[in-house]
Design a binder for this molecule. Structure first.
Ligand code: ATP
Length: 269
């Protein structure tokens, strides 16, 4: 089988340093996921079970996927990612089998983190599914059964992500399944400052760039928006130097391009 996003999450060696804001959330996730992955004996000693599943919810683009990848990376766990819509559509007719295969893979490659993105697409409330939605009903049932059957507590951790926690089948949020929930919120000014700082690491700035002010001005921006803003600013800086580049005829001023600095105006454009 092929699984999207499979592998040790080595992608550019993501670390906790790559997550802006979310200090409390990351701390809780580390207690619940990193601790049992790295020191399984601690939970055994305390006589409590580590969680099988953790549900991250909150608006799109605030870092749910990023956190899951970072945790896998930092713990050297295998990272497996699958999205709800993909299971339902790409594997239509084989959704349950595919789900079983992904769980098998996660067990085989333990310690592992299985990230189920857009969980709401696989596990909506069963009572709201009409009679014609037999497949959807069976997939929810399959997911519940797979989580119940998971014996590798602490060594295979399922992280679910959704923007719509209230449409999830409530059975999924009971003990032994996704029984821990963490809200990943829209960043506040301090969070935006940290995220902007992360996304502009290594960017050459002119002296007028005021990150505090940018954080203040970007009220309502989520991490994904702030990432896009910094990339846009860099493109604006290039355009400033070369208003309408004619790549065919002009000599590209490489020296000037390499001396380019991103200014506050590039951000505000
Ligand atoms: P979705 O619900 O759409 O899947 P998500 O909450 O999983 O969204 P991510 O995919 O993690 O969001 O975020 C998209 C990108 O935005 C990340 O790859 C990262 O570049 C940036 N980003 C989001 N949140 C943060 C953050 N807190 N710190 C740093 N970068 C962030």
């Amino acid at each position: 089988i092929t699984i999207a996003g499979e592998g040790k999450a080595t992608e550019a060696r993501l670390t906790y340093e790559d997550i802006g804001g979310l200090g409390d959330q990351v701390r809780r996730i580390r207690e619940m996921i990193e601790l049992p992955l790295r020191f399984p004996q601690v939970f055994a000693r305390l006589g409590i079970d580590p969680p099988k599943g953790v549900l991250l919810h909150g608006p799109p683009g605030c870092g749910k996927t990023l956190i899951a990848k970072v945790i896998a990376n930092e713990t050297d766990a295998t990272f497996l990612q699958i999205s709800g819509p993909e299971i339902m559509h790409k594997f239509y007719g084989e959704s349950e089998e595919h789900l079983r295969n992904v769980f098998e893979e996660a067990k085989k490659k333990a310690p592992s983190i299985l990230f189920l993105d857009e969980l709401d697409a696989i596990a909506p409330k069963r009572e709201e599914l009409g009679g014609e939605k037999q497949v959807e009903r069976r997939v929810v049932g399959q997911l519940l059964a797979l989580m119940d059957g998971l014996k590798e507590r602490g060594q295979v951790i399922i992280i679910g992500a959704t923007n719509l926690p209230n449409i999830l089948d409530p059975a999924l949020r009971r003990p032994g399944r996704f029984d821990r929930e963490i809200v990943i919120p829209i960043p506040d000014k301090h969070g935006r400052f940290e995220i902007l700082t992360i996304h502009t690491r290594g960017m050459p700035f002119s002296d007028d760039v005021d990150m505090e002010r940018l954080a203040f001005l970007t009220h309502g921006f989520v991490g994904a928006d702030l990432g896009a803003l910094t990339r846009e600013a860099a493109i604006y800086a290039i355009r400033r130097l070369m208003p309408c580049i004619d790549f065919e005829r002009e000599v590209i001023p490489v020296e000037a391009l390499l001396a380019l600095e991103v200014t506050m105006d590039d951000f505000l454009n």
